[in-house]
Design a protein around this ligand. Sequence first.
Ligand SMILES: Nc1ncnc2c1ncn2[C@@H]1O[C@H](COP(=O)(O)OP(=O)(O)OP(=O)(O)O)[C@@H](O)[C@H]1O
Ligand SMILES: O=P(O)(O)O[C@@H]1[C@H](O)[C@H](O)[C@@H](OP(=O)(O)O)[C@H](OP(=O)(O)O)[C@H]1O
Length: 458
Amino acid sequence: MPKEYRRKSKDLGVSGTPLNEGLRSDRRAPGKSSQICDELVQKAAQISTSSEPGAPTVMDARRVPQVTITPEGGGSSREMQQEDLEEPVEGALRRKLSNSSISSNGSSVVESEDDLLSDNESKSKGIVTLEPLVDSGESKPWWKLKTIVHWPFSATQRRKLNWVQLAGHKGNFKAAGEGTILKKFSENEMQCFEKLREDALLPFVPGYHGIVEKDGESFLHMTDLLANFDLPNVMDCKMGVRTYLEDELVRARERPRPREDLYNKMVEVDSDGPTPQEHAQRGVTKPRYMQWRESMSSTNTLGFRIEGIKKCDGTCRTDFKKTRSRQDVIQVFRDFVEGNMDIIKSYLSRLMVIQQALKTSDFFRQHEVIGSSLLFLHDHTGNAQVWIIDFGKTTALPEGQTLNHNIPWQEGNREDGYLWGLENLIQTLASVSSEETSGETCCSVTKENSQTPDTDGQ
Ligand SMILES: Nc1ncnc2c1ncn2[C@@H]1O[C@H](COP(=O)(O)OP(=O)(O)OP(=O)(O)O)[C@@H](O)[C@H]1O
Ligand SMILES: O=P(O)(O)O[C@@H]1[C@H](O)[C@H](O)[C@@H](OP(=O)(O)O)[C@H](OP(=O)(O)O)[C@H]1O
């Protein structure tokens, strides 16, 4: 999320959820609606072999407008943050996650050339060590809580935590008490969590326990969704056809600020990506970079994209910038679950329940949901869950205005294509299952193999 959204939480006066109410993973394990899944799988089998229009696509991907921002003036680059991975790590997750080969930037050695070359050092890409918040002054209380939540943790519970962070910036998360984490405060995200307390989406978002402040820095205290898993497999899918706010476009237009770091990331993936002017000034604006990312990946064509995967063997991949066709995505999912169709069916069930909840959610109707992800988690016990995370760029609409989430975006209408993306994600997962069942291989020819935006037959 952008830094301007990460403001301090002075005197917010909000209340937190008691911890025992927030640790809800057990009672929220996905149910198995296998009959619905089987029907969906059959439907997907028909769709994946059909090139006829009229299948579930509800929005034309070619109609996602590419709004051009002319870059001028000087560049600005991101702050670099150091992460100390050499200090000893305590806690159960050390055992669970330690079989990976972690490079100096916290990612595993199995990343592709794409990301080894392209990723900014401040981005997180896999297994990281979360530091606890530590006391810096004897006379100060260790925690100064801004909420009425009672902080129950003793000094011995201030431990480091080996953790999986597949997206976002390094240093955004800290270890907290058992089963919980702290995320750098963002006004937007805090307001979302507060509103979600009363919403149909509550069962699908991490438990929220209020705001914690230490030495002037504020954090959102939330449930660690990994806590109840044994050697979890984790996938982050960023939802929607648009990954930047309309406000970001307006700001970039008023004051274009080409960034050299984004230019470098673009060139490393595609040297022909920048325009001659961008090459000349070695900078691209943020919306321009974000639009390019959307068009290279499946964001524009399918309404979601894979950001990263960590598997139970400790390997991590974040080299999905060019994973664009439905068939590519199917192959990534198949590899993620290692052919286990029961996991796919559990994921499908959960996604369909989430889809229903989204359709009834007041929160969803009243917010532009940008940059939010679905976090997929499963382990060898068969436990498989999907959670909605990251509300850093989820923004309330003006009073009385609502979104459809299923119609094309045009600047000004603030549509995000979330439901379109979710429908495509469901159909894609169903295709994984149907192809496995019908014995087709990952090389099956479908329209998506063409690498062109597939807009009328998905
Ligand atoms: N509650 C949670 N439990 C477990 N893992 C989480 C949780 N929240 C986030 N993560 C992990 O951290 C990663 C980054 O989370 P998130 O997207 O919220 O961060 P961010 O800094 O807002 O990212 P960005 O800058 O891309 O918006 C996720 O991909 C996931 O791996
Ligand atoms: O995935 P990539 O290619 O590394 O690109 C980043 C990604 O799109 C993030 O979503 C975005 O943060 P926000 O969503 O918070 O805007 C970040 O912007 P940033 O560099 O300004 O942080 C981009 O650099």
